[in-house]
Design a protein around this ligand. Structure first.
Ligand code: HGY
Ligand code: MN
Ligand code: MN
Length: 420
């Protein structure tokens, strides 16, 4: 990998402005801020719109060209150099109990890299771009990484527009309502390379006392909605042997998932994160339960066998409990391996800056797993305190946030000087 001439000769390192980065992280964290800390900016809500407006304003302050595409992805580009841009970015939509750093950190570090280059007179040989991808969380509109999936051509914009959210709204209508139904077509510009900076959201770096993760890829993800239809009845008068109780069936399925994860061990994880009981009243045997299954593994064949086990269990459960079970896929992404040249670069730059580094897969999904379909891609992880994320108490030490952003700066400049 030839390093770019404009990267200051070894020893005259350029560092980002830590105060400015932290100030922006805190300012964005106040948009959709929750009383006890953390933030709630579900995709395409007013809070998401306000967050988008704030970051777009910062992009414009940096004289970046801001393009908004047909599914609301925002790409800010600093038009220097020639050729395809080196791109970074992530997302600024959050889960309902989001932290300050998931997604936001990667976007704002990207802006900080550009502002540092501008004020230090560093002129990359390629344009530098920062992407803000729509609905990465998939919490309101499934699948997750929806915006970046459309960006890379993995989902048609019109299909995305017709996705119905957990609140019954249509994605395209909400995109229009918040003013982010753009005209830039998808698939989007193919970057020269893409690198995403993100908090780990897991415990490994902290447990191993390692400062930086050179991410090797993302594990496979399988989401499905399970609707269990029984028969509502009186809680007091209906004998147990006559019940068609979907809540009991849902409980058995939840226990089955935990046992499945335990049996498969390794990287296998299974989560029931959402359960809606109808009519959800104390004295009514429910008529229906709608629940979601989130099942992941780094190994595609094991993930497929887990899915087959779940399907078989649901068939047997329906007969045993005399209920009707309908399963609907919400998201399915195979494991992704990142480009070794980018992973190597992340690792060597991190070491050059005096950090301990380990190579590791990502348990969480990221927009980078979609950009990997278009161009050489990698990710940089910094530690999550207590491995906590999707939790208002998500925290990463400032020193680690700054260190990650400095590594992003060097990696982007080096990628700008490479000829893959
Ligand atoms: O689901 C995920 O892993 C990511 O947070 N969207
Ligand atoms: Mn994220
Ligand atoms: Mn997330």
């Amino acid at each position: 990998m030839r390093s770019a001439e404009f990267v200051p000769p070894h020893g005259t390192r350029v560092d980002i402005n830590d105060r400015r980065l932290m100030k922006r992280i805190m300012a964005l964290g106040e948009v959709g801020g929750l009383p006890g800390g953390g933030c709630n900016r579900l995709a395409l809500t007013d809070a998401d719109r306000d967050g988008r407006n704030l970051v777009v304003a910062w992009m414009r302050d940096l004289n970046m060209n801001v393009a908004i595409d047909v599914v609301g992805n925002i790409v800010g580009t600093w038009q220097v150099g020639t050729g395809a841009p080196v791109m970074t970015g992530s997302h600024i939509d959050t889960v309902r109990t989001g932290g300050l750093y998931d997604g936001n950190y990667g976007v704002l570090a990207g802006l900080e890299v550009i502002e540092t280059c501008q004020e230090r007179g560093i002129e990359p040989r390629r344009p530098l771009a920062v992407g803000i991808f729509t609905d990465e969380e998939g919490a309101r509109y499934a699948p997750d990484m929806l915006g970046s999936l459309v960006y890379v051509g993995g989902m048609l914009p019109e299909t995305a527009h017709d996705v119905i959210g957990i609140d019954g709204t249509r994605l395209g209508d909400e995109l229009e309502r918040i003013g982010y139904l753009g005209a830039t077509p998808c698939p989007g510009v193919v970057p020269h390379a893409f690198v995403e900076l993100h908090i780990e959201q897991g415990p490994l770096l902290e447990v191993n006392q390692v400062r930086i993760g050179a991410v090797t890829g993302v594990q496979g993800i399988s989401w499905q909605e399970v609707t269990i239809e029984g028969q509502s009845n009186h809680a007091g008068t209906t004998p147990m042997h006559l019940r068609k109780d979907p809540a009991f069936a849902a409980a058995k399925l939840t226990v089955f998932l935990r046992d499945l994860a335990t049996r498969l061990a390794g990287n296998q994880v299974c989560t029931v994160g959402k359960i809606d009981v109808h009519p959800n009243l104390t004295n009514v045997v429910p008529s229906k339960v709608v629940m979601t299954l989130d099942v992941r593994n780094t190994d595609e064949s094991i993930l497929q066998s887990a899915e087959a086990d779940i399907a078989r269990f649901c068939e047997e459960l329906a007969v045993a409990e005399r209920v009707r079970i309908v399963r609907r896929p919400l998201a399915r992404f195979e494991p992704v391996i990142f480009d070794d040249r980018v992973v190597d670069l992340v690792e060597s730059v991190a070491r050059d800056r005096g950090n301990s580094v380990q190579r590791m897969p990502s348990g969480a999904g990221h927009d980078a797993q979609m950009l990997a379909r278009l161009c050489p891609t990698g990710m940089i992880f910094v530690p999550s305190h207590g491995g906590l994320s999707h939790n208002v108490n998500e925290h990463t030490d400032e020193a680690d946030l700054v260190s990650g952003a400095n590594i992003l700066l060097d990696v982007m400049l080096r990628l700008a000087g490479t000829n893959f």
